[in-house]
Design a protein around this ligand. Structure first.
Ligand code: PGA
Length: 257
């Protein structure tokens, strides 16, 4: 299955309470329904776990899809505090962000755990969005390409894809997230090429653009989005700060479609 519309993923992180999430979701649904080109883009919103079910009710029938910001690698059992893909699937989550740098950094997630989560997502028919990206030290040390290739290979280890599966890899340079300063379009294009090559090395070349997709995230806004997505390899964007305003999020989508 080939996807042609760009995909926009709003990552609300831990910014909204349930009540705030509901208000945001209602405003976003209204804006999306007023948008004449909504059919030319795909929109996924990733609220915090507590708000997913309520936001799902609000988005029902709108075409806006739901994602989670993380999940556990087991489907059920004695795992205090965890949320499984089975649970997320039942409340309507179609996507899950995995291996975000904030989780790698703050709770010590590493490539092996992330790989288990990718497998669990696919097993539960949830589309994984695997985040990869270099830190500032890795970049200035000239190790960006190596880090990206390693994170892609490790995150997708032993993942078998068929034509009806989708996996997104989000290039998220750690050092620009939340700063308001994205990388250049040339940097995003170069990283997309490195990631695509890593995907070709671990999967079949023909899967790129069909089952395997690359997107960009990191200080995306309405001014820079077009220059960031110039590479035909980049199929969309993961948006944090700017997605907290439905007006800004819609302006980003409008800038592209
Ligand atoms: P940002 O966040 O848009 O605020 O940089 C992006 C992300 O963390 O996915």
């Amino acid at each position: 299955m080939k996807r042609t519309q760009p995909l926009f993923i709003a990552n609300w992180k831990m910014h909204f309470t349930l009540r705030q999430s509901i208000a945001q979701a209602e405003a976003l649904r209204a804006a999306w329904e007023d948008f004449p080109h909504a059919r030319d883009a795909e929109l996924v919103v990733c609220p915090s776990f507590d708000a997913i079910a309520a936001v799902a009710d609000i988005f029902e029938g709108s075409g806006i899809m739901l994602g989670a910001q993380d999940m556990f690698w087991k489907d059920t059992g004695a795992y205090t505090g965890e949320v499984s893909g089975r649970m997320l699937g039942e409340i309507g989550c179609q996507y899950v962000i995995l291996g975000h740098s904030e989780r790698r950094r703050t709770v010590g997630e590493h490539d092996d755990m992330i790989n288990l989560k990718v497998h669990a997502a696919i097993r539960n028919n949830i589309i994984p969005i695997l985040c990869v990206g270099e830190t500032y030290e890795e970049r200035t040390g000239g190790r960006t390409d190596h880090v990206l290739a390693r994170q892609v290979a490790a995150g997708l280890k032993d993942v078998q894809l068929s034509n009806h599966h989708h996996v997104y890899v989000a290039y998220e340079p750690v050092w620009v997230i939340g700063t308001g300063h994205a990388v250049t379009g040339a940097d995003a294009t170069h990283a997309a090429q490195v990631i695509a090559q890593a995907l070709i090395d671990s999967h079949q070349a023909g899967m790129i653009g069909r089952s395997l997709h690359v997107i960009y995230g990191g200080s995306v806004d309405e001014m820079n989005i077009r220059s960031l997505l110039t590479s035909p390899l980049l199929a969309g964007s993961l948006i944090g700060t700017a997605s907290l305003s439905h007006v800004r999020l819609m302006n980003i989508i409008r800038a592209v479609v």
